[in-house]
Design a protein around this ligand. Structure first.
Ligand SMILES: [Zn+2]
Length: 305
């Protein structure tokens, strides 16, 4: 077959290839990754990672991962609380340059996930932990807790804990849907105008951006944590347009987190943090810095590294 017969019909394809080439060049020229400090506002150091004697991720392992990732502060909440207490008390944690902000986990075991909101012994446990404190100072928050049915936000212990959090200025870390945010915020005396609540995943079920926007406007103490958030990032691991607009609208109201709820998340800790650095790099530098560090540090009183 003659060459001319091959190439003439292919001309439109070649044009398309040229166009694709220039699109590829264009998207390759994206902003540099964010390179400043990270505040991991949603971290678990559960007993299957390390139970104090054995496990695949002893303190030296997790601290090395944080250090390699440029993580300079963490919200530690672990099942049971022993994991947070261990990280808070080790000299190696300070040597790694990691500030530990301990939260009281509501779970002593997996069974507590489904009944904590009506279990008085959980309320007693929280008060005991708060009175005891940690080697890194007093507990600064309560959670993470889950509500698989938002109506359980009205459980008697859930109500008492929200009132306690507001009274003692503790930050709440809640894995709940958008309906439960309204219910939880209604419990303290100020109707959610004072309570500070980190919304784990900013609605893992994918509450619409407009709904997240409305909740942010209604509750000044609501902060969105962005792990596992559906629809957050699009092509090239950059923010999708609607989420970019929301983060720019509320630059002081979002934080990032690893959510190391299973050991697999520890195995990929460095790449999780690198992935955040990629999309943070696509934001204006001051906004990236806020979401990466300043918002968590300001909320929880951690000094600049
Ligand atoms: Zn979690």
């Amino acid at each position: 077959m003659e060459n001319s017969k091959i190439f003439r019909p292919l001309a439109p394809v070649q044009k398309a290839l040229v166009a694709i080439f220039f699109i590829a060049i264009g998207s390759a020229v994206h902003a540099a990754d964010y390179s400043g400090p990270l505040f991991d506002a949603h971290l678990h150091y559960n007993e299957e990672a390390w139970d104090g004697k054995t496990g695949p991720h002893p303190p030296a392992d997790v601290l090395a991962r944080m250090k390699a990732s440029g993580v300079r502060a963490i919200v530690a909440n672990s099942r049971p609380n022993t994991g947070s207490l261990t990280l808070a008390g080790l000299p190696q944690t300070r040597e790694a340059g990691v500030a530990v902000v301990p939260f009281v986990r509501l779970y002593r075991n997996r069974a507590d996930y489904t009944g904590w909101f009506a279990d008085e012994s959980i309320y007693t446990m929280v008060q005991t932990e708060l009175a005891r404190g940690t080697a890194a100072g007093p507990y600064r928050g309560i959670g993470e807790f889950h509500l698989y049915d938002s109506a359980n936000a009205n459980g008697p212990v859930a109500k008492k804990l929200m009132a306690l959090a507001e009274e003692r200025d503790l930050v709440v870390l809640a894995h709940v849907d958008d309906a439960a945010i309204d219910l939880l915020m209604a419990h303290p005396p100020t109707q959610g105008q004072k309570l500070r609540l980190i919304w784990a995943h900013t609605g893992i079920g994918g509450a619409p951006v407009e709904r997240v926007d409305a909740l942010m406007a209604r509750y000044p103490g609501l902060v969105g944590e962005l792990s596992y958030r559906p629809g957050l990032v699009c092509d090239d691991n950059q923010l999708c347009p609607a989420w970019r607009a929301l983060l720019l609208k509320y630059p002081t109201r979002f934080v990032i987190g690893s959510d190391t709820w299973v050991n697999q998340r520890w195995q990929h800790y460095e790449s999780l943090m690198q992935s955040y650095r990629q999309w943070l790099g696509g934001l204006p530098a001051d906004v990236a810095r806020k979401i990466a560090w300043d918002n968590g540090a300001g909320l929880l009183g951690v000094a600049r590294p």
